[in-house]
Design a protein around this ligand. Structure first.
Ligand SMILES: CC(C)(COP(=O)([O-])OP(=O)([O-])OC[C@H]1O[C@@H](n2cnc3c(N)ncnc32)[C@H](O)[C@@H]1OP(=O)([O-])[O-])[C@@H](O)C(=O)NCCC(=O)NCCSC(=O)C[C@@](C)(O)CC(=O)[O-]
Ligand SMILES: NC(=O)C1=CN([C@@H]2O[C@H](COP(=O)(O)OP(=O)(O)OC[C@H]3O[C@@H](n4cnc5c(N)ncnc54)[C@H](OP(=O)(O)O)[C@@H]3O)[C@@H](O)[C@H]2O)C=CC1
Length: 419
């Protein structure tokens, strides 16, 4: 490999800068112009620093090597955004895949959040731990197909269902871990959505599902003789990055439940409350309050836990929208409290996406789930069980802190901004 001298390097940088300034070169062409994505990031930064008279030294400071990241995770990079990373634990989880005690990384800027979840974690672990179970596993993509009439739409829907074996074989051409497991068909007037459901191993699976669905659209075009037109590989019945009833009812990603019996004396000694008070605030706030507000998500702050773990572990953060839809349920059981959190659409992976970036990979290693599992899929299932257990701890703690009126005080002490 030819290495440039310092003089050659600085003259190349100056040339790139002047071409950017004259408009001869755009940001997107810098990687190929300079032949090195790290140098391209530096030049973009220098250009912006000069243009706006700002210093971007914090943005510049990163452990990410953009060689390898450009083309997979980011375009036009100038550096990295850093978020403080905390940890909650030990959290005892008894799942089908996650078994033992875990310290769970959470990246957030909300002071008091980690403290609160940590107290919930302590209460759950002191009570014997949380049990988690994944009830369903399937990533979906639903193309939208035009046909001339409801008769044609129904005929195509039946053809797709009748040919699922051939469609399964087709998917194998583009992925080793992606597997077509089901197709749910929906018709409105003359329009058809086949909602393809895939198992995607340890990957969250959106690229796998999209690439496979694109191929399936081509297969349908080639083999189905009735009049039809595939309008888009995504027809929004998937449903990705939007709140939706379909994901809540049918599931998307992992449909996972975590539950615990929290001991009455733990609630009293650690959180200064009772099972009855927590149960009542849950039903009035999380069920009635959300119903009155018209919220489709019946919990207190599951999004806090999902967002923080997603950032820490390299998940697709926009999927917090559906991944944080959750039901928090409580019952008084004798002297204790039963609590469960159900997440019908938790989209997580341990390979692909941002999971291989250096800090995110370390966070996954901390949980013992980095990379592909043996057999494939078990790491992602284990991660889902852990995330659900943390969501449970967060819900328990938030309810307790609101019963005792501590929420505002805690945020005043730990979470006020510095202006
Ligand atoms: C802050 C606490 C926990 C204090 O509560 P406390 O009982 O005074 O805590 P403590 O000092 O007695 O410590 C008890 C345990 O809490 C944890 N803990 C305690 N402090 C820390 C800390 N600094 N760092 C790490 N962990 C901490 C830790 O587990 C500790 O055990 P130890 O480590 O000593 O064995 C409590 O007041 C609390 O939970 N407040 C609520 C905070 C919270 O959960 N906020 C979430 C944000 S809610 C939101 O954004 C959504 C919302 C609210 O708008 C949704 C809605 O509409 O409802
Ligand atoms: N395309 C879209 O419409 C959307 C894309 N995204 C983005 O998609 C990305 C995530 O897509 P996703 O499909 O999860 O990841 P990737 O696109 O990174 O695909 C995962 C890759 O890992 C390989 N692999 C190796 N070992 C395993 C294993 N054990 N389990 C599963 N796969 C394995 C797969 O090979 P093989 O396929 O041969 O099995 C595949 O090449 C994120 O960056 C996200 O932001 C998000 C929303 C929409």
């Amino acid at each position: 490999m030819y290495l440039m001298s310092n003089e050659e390097l600085s003259s190349k940088v100056e040339e790139a800068l002047s071409k950017l300034e004259s408009g001869e070169l755009s940001f997107s062409k810098l990687d190929s112009f300079l032949g090195n994505p790290n140098l391209a990031a530096l030049v973009r930064r220098l250009f912006l620093e000069r243009k706006y008279n700002v210093r971007l030294t914090s943005i510049a400071s990163t452990v990410i090597d953009f060689v390898g990241v450009v083309g997979h995770n980011i375009e036009n990079p100038i550096g990295a955004a850093q978020i403080p990373l905390g940890v909650v634990g030990p959290l005892k989880v008894q799942g089908d895949y996650a078994r033992g005690e875990f310290y769970v990384p959470m990246a957030t800027t909300e002071g008091a959040l980690v403290a609160g979840v940590n107290r919930g974690v302590k209460a759950v672990t002191m009570s014997g731990g949380a049990r988690s179970k994944v009830l369903y596993d399937g990533m979906t993509r639903a193309p939208i197909i035009w046909t001339p009439s409801v008769v044609e739409a129904q005929s195509l829907a039946s053809w797709i269902k009748g040919n699922i074996g051939a469609l399964r074989e087709e998917v194998k051409k583009v992925t080793r871990h992606g597997e077509l497991v089901d197709v749910q068909t929906y018709i409105v007037g003359n329009i058809l959505w086949p909602r393809f459901v895939f198992r995607t191993g340890d990957a969250m699976g959106m690229n796998i599902a999209t690439i496979a669905s694109d191929l399936l659209c081509s297969y349908i075009d080639e083999h189905y003789k009735g009049e039809h037109r595939c309008l888009s590989v995504s027809g929004n019945l998937c449903s990705d990055k939007k709140p939706s009833s379909i994901n809540r009812l049918l599931g998307r990603g992992k449909y996972v439940v975590s539950e615990a019996i929290v001991k009455g004396d733990v609630l009293r000694d650690l959180m200064r409350t009772t099972p009855e008070s927590v149960d009542f605030i849950n039903k009035s706030k999380n069920l009635l309050g959300n119903a009155v507000a018209g919220s489709p998500s019946f919990n207190g702050h599951v999004a806090n836990i999902i967002a923080a773990i997603f950032i820490a572990t390299g998940q697709d953060v926009a999927q917090v929208v559906e991944s944080s839809m959750a039901y928090t349920w409580t019952e008084v059981r004798g002297n204790d409290l039963y609590i469960s959190v159900t997440l019908p659409s938790l989209e997580v992976g341990t390979v692909g996406g941002g999971t291989w970036l250096p800090t995110q990979r370390e966070a996954l290693e901390l949980l013992g789930v980095a990379g592909g599992g043996n057999p494939p899929g078990v790491n992602a299932l284990k991660l889902a069980e852990i995330v659900a257990a943390v969501a449970l701890a967060g819900e328990l703690n938030l309810l307790a802190s609101q019963v005792t009126g501590e929420l505002a005080k805690a945020h005043e002490r730990l979470g006020r901004g510095r202006g």
